[in-house]
Design a protein around this ligand. Sequence first.
Ligand SMILES: Nc1ncnc2c1ncn2[C@@H]1O[C@H](COP(=O)(O)OP(=O)(O)OP(=O)(O)O)[C@@H](O)[C@H]1O
Length: 291
Amino acid sequence: MTPDLMEEGARRFQEKLAPAALGQTESGGRTAGFSRIATPGEVDVTHGRILYLEDVNVSFDGFKAINNLSLDIAPGELRCIIGPNGAGKTTMMDIITGKTRPDSGTVYFGSTIDLLRHNEPEIASLGIGRKFQKPTVFEQLSVFENLELALKTHKGVTSSMFFRLDSMQSDRLAEILHTIHLADSVARMAGNLSHGQKQWLEIGMLLMQDPKLLLLDEPVAGMTDEETARTAELFLTLKGKHSLMVVEHDMGFIRTISEIVTVLCDGSVLAQGTLDQVQADERVIEVYLGR
Ligand SMILES: Nc1ncnc2c1ncn2[C@@H]1O[C@H](COP(=O)(O)OP(=O)(O)OP(=O)(O)O)[C@@H](O)[C@H]1O
């Protein structure tokens, strides 16, 4: 979520509930990431790439967290990223979303948008949505209100006070409710949803802004087997309409959804291919078993 969305959510929250309730939300509306899309623009994918990283480097106090990382993703692709702890997966997402500035390298969204020239909220508004591991929905608002709020992207608080969904937006909201398996829970408080449902709701909030590229960090961590299976279904539905980059440790989940899997290690790509190919790669076996 972006700061204006958090502000609007916080305002409604204050309106609806006594201040004593503040802090009862899991996220408190504070840990939300800058993941909301304002005005999705056109992204030039005529060269067949929606995301392109070349020779990217980042050091933290002399430690190379990202080391000559090069990677690209095709439009509509669902790319899975795996790798041992500390491989640089989160740092890579931080670079794409503008949270971390690389020391050197190239990061392009489509063939014309140099992401290194944009800050975090601008990158969100360009059409890159990010879902952090922990769900960051507004727990004291209903499922419907959370999704409605996600639409009020570029509207200021004043205008959004008078905001009403038009029929196209209502249709879109209904479609997304169905996609995220929450059509029967539209009036429920987000705080009463299961962990998996909260994750789906947050994905729905991102979808309300029609992102071109979705970055999802460990989306099935903490989910039940059934929720994990439904999340796999959801991602397979999204593939094609959106490009997805999914970082996950759950290999069963990866097996269900993956086409190409990229293995990161020590800040660069160690191997890439189908899950079977990378799992048979001696270097991959070494980094997973050798640590
Ligand atoms: N802000 C920072 N300051 C110092 N070191 C950092 C910082 N951010 C990341 N690192 C280090 O960079 C390396 C890569 O971290 P990163 O979180 O990107 O790995 P990861 O692949 O996401 O790991 P995990 O699977 O455990 O989440 C790690 O060694 C980490 O300790």
